[in-house]
Ligand binder design. Sequence first.
Ligand code: B12
Ligand code: SF4
Ligand code: SF4
Length: 402
Amino acid sequence: MSLPAKAAPIAIDAADLAEELARHAPDLQLDLVGAAALPADLPHGARFTRWLEDDRHGGLDYLARDPDARLDPTRANPWARTLLVFGQRYTDGWPEGDADPSATGRPEPDAPWTARVARYARGRDYHDVLLGAMKTLLGRLAGRWPGLVAYPATDTGPYLEREWAWLAGLGFLGRNTCLIHEALGSGLFLGAAPTNLVVAGLPAPGVPATEPLYHVRGRVRHAPAEAVTSRCGSCTACLDACPTGALDLARGLDAARCLSTWTIEWRGRAPDDRRGDQGGVLFGCDICQAVCPWNRRAAARAAGDDAPPPVPDAYADDPARGELSLADLIALDADGFRARFRRTPLWRAHPEGLRRNALVVAANTGRGDLVEGIAAAAASDDADTAAVARWALARLGRDEAP
Ligand code: B12
Ligand code: SF4
Ligand code: SF4
């Protein structure tokens, strides 16, 4: 096959690439950038295939659509020679004693609804922020290496981003399945870009790097002498803490049991007898990260820093959300949803999903004061909303609408 001229390989040196990254990554608030040679056999690729075979993808059918392409970025991009992998913090870990329901699952009836939203989703959408930073960085690299071709994506690209991030030296893979950096924790978004760079000095394809090419200053990391897959040791805190038993040592995460799937991805509803497990969690779930000692250490380290490198303001809590209450979310219509949540991660839940989640939280936190709004939702045209509202009324001991 002849390569398109625009994707002709460009030979460069890892040290030169690292130098360019150090020049440009800081002002774009990218914390980690690494590279992995392509094509490569993924050391844990079989975990992914087995995950699909075992039907642990929880109805997220897009993941099963073209598994070979997910395992090998060169199937869709035959010209690609190196995958650049990016990490950007959205939080500095989770401190010991974090009481947000998103981090504990506990009902905490008086907590604001925003504390029930996973940390990654409290500000702007990373698909805009991180992707924008990646594109800018790649544009600057193209200034140095004209002819650079790169297709950046975060989340939506058909790449096993965590596995590639591990291969590119960004951290290790935890039993909670997250990519964990020893000093930054796992509160990191990941992104990847197949490129036509041929980088001399990288480990052989499929061999993990011990360090990324760029690492944010100000966070000391004791890199292992040789790359390890996992640094969990004998810890099982995440498996023990998961309220739905979604994590399995050997088989990974069962998406059908994960609160993150229920509250973000599913359009319908979790089974009646399981909704209690959602506790005080409204959108996303951080429990298996909040209990992780690596995140607690990351938070302690950040708190002790005089000048911590900044997490992008874009990911900070959006103050405008504080004006809304759980009751408002239960009453939210499509226009209100659009006005409030466009270009934020909550957009993914659709108005019906956010309403459903709010109804479940109201029931699980014993909010008898909200029965009027819940009864109104029980009369909704949307069958799932109505069914969940009826379930909520029953759980609150109100079988009859007031
Ligand atoms: C589908 C999906 C989900 C699903 C399924 C999650 C899952 N664990 O598979 C659901 C909806 C449940 C989900 C939840 C969340 N997600 Co999500 N999700 C994805 C997505 C789109 C694909 C993941 C996938 O392919 N899963 C299939 C499994 C088999 O692959 P995998 O988990 O990547 O694991 C591979 C390797 O890491 C290795 N492996 C996995 N676990 C372990 C454990 C050990 C010990 C070892 C040795 C190896 C190993 O084997 C696999 C094969 O290569 C990715 C983006 C992407 N394109 O990769 C984001 C992504 C993984 N999600 C992300 C985030 C932030 C979350 C949440 C924290 C959001 C929240 N607060 O609610 C939770 C975390 C839940 C959890 N513990 O995983 C980030 C993770 C960043 C990080 N530091 O790890 C990603 C990378 C998005 C991004 N671009 O930043 N997510
Ligand atoms: S995100 Fe929550 S529900 Fe999902 S595996 Fe982690 S602790 Fe369990
Ligand atoms: S909580 Fe423990 S077992 Fe789970 S990812 Fe963190 S270190 Fe590993």
